[in-house]
Design a protein around this ligand. Structure first.
Ligand code: 13P
Ligand code: SF4
Length: 300
């Protein structure tokens, strides 16, 4: 065990803390986490941990969701600034306007959203459970927020429903173009393209597999192929290479600057000082708990 890992272990025991890390964080951070996963997996782990402190190595909405699902725990974020820009790409006013215009509409909110937006929604989803949850909704009209790209990918699977969108997107995944994929395919003609549904439609259309970060890892692990172009945040390559050491992975997506704010130094500082604790307005947290718990229920 290196010095960093030893220091983390000692502080974790002192603070009765569990460390959760998203696949997009730095490999050094993932290596000392108790659990590493995609948004859905980490939300489930956070909801049932017995430890008194959760250190969430991820962006703000992940720490907020942990606090909402397990309110008696202290939830810490190593960086106060790590905040997903897409989480803010919908507003209560826009949601209210659609509800007024479309009677019976169900508001399906990607977990990559602020607590305030969740509080105005009917059910939350992640990229690993969105299709299952939408399949369990009776409503014909769905307002899918804030990600038009994940929403478009899900809408294509439910032609009998009418989807409404508000124009949000992930600035990191949306940067990848179909020309980038073609260039990578020319360089690696044997490789399969594995893509997160947060990518734009023209990129999704030229991909071999679409899925959440956990789905992408599972696909690469069980595939008989040995080369993959990975079209999601390159932090995921750490786990891909750990699980599949004999396979080759070629990243094509830029890093998410917000996820990369979670450095080993900031993780240590967080464990030492207790900064930054997630604090939510109680009424907002209460209202946001309902759609998050409904997600856990419908995804079973
Ligand atoms: P998943 O964890 O659902 O794959 O989502 C990716 C993401 O953008 C998290 O910020
Ligand atoms: Fe948000 Fe995109 Fe970064 Fe995920 S990768 S945290 S959706 S900006």
């Amino acid at each position: 065990m290196d010095t960093f890992a030893k220091e983390v272990e000692a502080l974790k025991a002192r603070e009765d803390a569990v460390i959760l890390a998203h696949y997009y964080t730095d490999g050094a951070v993932q290596s000392v986490a108790d659990d590493v996963g995609d948004s859905f997996y980490l939300a489930k782990v956070a909801a049932k941990t017995g430890r008194s402190t959760i250190v969430f190595c991820g962006v703000r909405f992940m720490g907020e969701s942990a606090k909402i699902l397990n309110p008696s725990r202290r939830v810490l974020l190593p960086s106060a600034e790590a905040d997903c820009p897409m989480a803010h790409m919908a507003s209560p006013e826009q949601i209210a306007a659609v509800r007024a215009r479309v009677p019976g509409v169900q508001v399906v909110c990607y977990i990559n959203s602020t607590a305030q937006i969740k509080a105005c929604s009917d059910v939350c989803v992640t990229s690993s459970n969105a299709a299952k949850i939408v399949s369990r909704l009776e409503a014909k009209d769905i307002l899918f927020i804030p990600d038009d790209n994940l929403g478009g990918h899900i809408a294509a699977q439910f032609p009998e429903k009418t989807f409404h969108f508000l124009g949000g997107y992930c600035p990191v995944h949306a940067m990848v173009t179909a020309a980038d994929i073609e260039g990578e395919r020319r360089a690696h003609p044997q490789a399969q393209v594995l893509t997160h549904p947060e990518c734009v439609p023209s990129v999704r259309a030229v991909s071999d597999f679409l899925g959440s970060t956990a789905d992408i890892i599972a696909y690469a692990e069980r595939s008989a192929e040995s080369e993959f172009i990975v079209c999601t945040e390159p932090g995921v390559l750490w786990e891909l290479r750990r699980r599949c050491p004999s396979k080759a992975f070629y990243p094509v997506t830029p890093v998410c600057g917000d996820m990369r704010r979670i450095t080993p130094e900031r993780l240590l500082r967080c464990l030492k000082t207790g900064e930054y604790e997630v604090a939510l307005d109680p009424a907002t947290a209460e209202a946001a708990r309902r759609p998050l718990e409904r997600m856990l229920e419908l995804a079973k």
